[in-house]
Design a protein. Structure first.
Length: 116
């Protein structure tokens, strides 16, 4: 499914996982069918090409297919987020990456001990 619409980038924010949050608004009114199609695409990965030029071609589009995992974090990403939150709740002592490494080392040691 594809939905083509005139858009305007309204806001850009950084996220803790080093991705960006980009808020895009429509620059013109949309038909009801285009709105419905857009809502149907919610929480799915797709490609966004933003240009103020009118020279877009098929060659501008990537050959790679979108990732079906998008909108869902991997188990490792979820774990990293939980450990980061623990670091925050404990007063942000030291470096978050060092905290993550120490936490994972302790967790690995706990799991290895169960193998003995």
């Amino acid at each position: 499914m594809k939905v083509l619409y005139a858009s305007r980038i309204e806001k850009i924010e950084t996220r803790a996982d080093r991705t960006l949050k980009i808020v895009i608004g429509t620059a013109r009114e949309m038909s009801a069918s285009d709105k419905a199609a857009l809502f149907a695409l919610a929480d799915q990965e797709g490609w966004t090409l933003h240009s103020f030029e009118d020279d877009l071609t098929e060659a501008d589009l990537p050959d790679e297919k979108p990732d079906k995992m998008t909108g869902r974090k991997t188990k490792a990403q979820t774990m990293r987020g939980i450990i980061y939150r623990i670091w925050e709740l404990n007063g942000r002592k030291g470096n978050s990456e060092d905290h993550y490494q120490r936490y994972m080392d302790r967790l690995n040691d706990q799991l290895k001990s169960k193998l003995e």
